[in-house]
Design a protein around this ligand. Sequence first.
Ligand SMILES: Nc1ncnc2c1ncn2[C@@H]1O[C@H](COP(=O)(O)OP(=O)(O)O)[C@@H](O)[C@H]1O
Ligand SMILES: [Mg+2]
Length: 235
Amino acid sequence: MLELKGVAVDHGKLRALWDINLEVRQGEKVALLGANGAGKSTTIGAIAGIYPLAEGSIVYEGRALANADPARVVQQGIAAVPEGRRLFANMSVQENLTMGAYSPHLRAGVDAGLEKVFSLFPILREKRRQNAGELSGGQQQQVAIARGLMAQPRLLLLDEPFIGVAPKVIDEILHALRRIVEEGVTVLMVEQNVHRALNFADRAYVIENGRTVLEGTRDSLLGNPAFADKFLGLE
Ligand SMILES: Nc1ncnc2c1ncn2[C@@H]1O[C@H](COP(=O)(O)OP(=O)(O)O)[C@@H](O)[C@H]1O
Ligand SMILES: [Mg+2]
């Protein structure tokens, strides 16, 4: 479904990604792991069309993905839920959600989209008239994910969705994500917590200094000494 080959990205004069190679198949849940500053968010941003590629290619559903054109990437069927949520704090929950369906081809489906995300995250129906800034961290994260889903993506990108979210709400969000995947959406998620990432995902990639260095299923990674060295002693 999605394939990155030899992707390099610069932030100004600094090269953040050197050589990212990864593949996400239709229907999969894939995690991106790596230390702070490794390049996980930049990888998500490159896919989402926020950062231009300095080298390499991104192919999505058999076609080159729009380079550095976020609106076009959304139209191609990919929604990104950014690190830190980036909600409009002084707008209502419902207004934030509606912003996720800003593309002309989505506007007709706003009501159906709202029903859909309210059924996934019932608390958002109750809070829909409240300002997003008044919600708890976990509720705000649900708004951010729901806003991404309002774009009716076939591929959902999530960047560290559980920061500042209470454990009970993390479980609720994971449950909702599994439902979304059952309904045909593919998920690529950045997650710092190795065990949570591997319990959720079918496969994971490890990014180190802007390069994908390891890939595998939960069992193959947990049984790989190179992986254990990097992560399992550190928790
Ligand atoms: N907007 C930016 N401008 C300049 N440097 C950046 C920017 N975003 C990230 N970086 C740098 O790029 C590298 C990768 O960052 P990032 O992709 O955010 O890593 P991660 O998400 O894995 O923590 C880091 O060295 C970081 O300091
Ligand atoms: Mg990051």
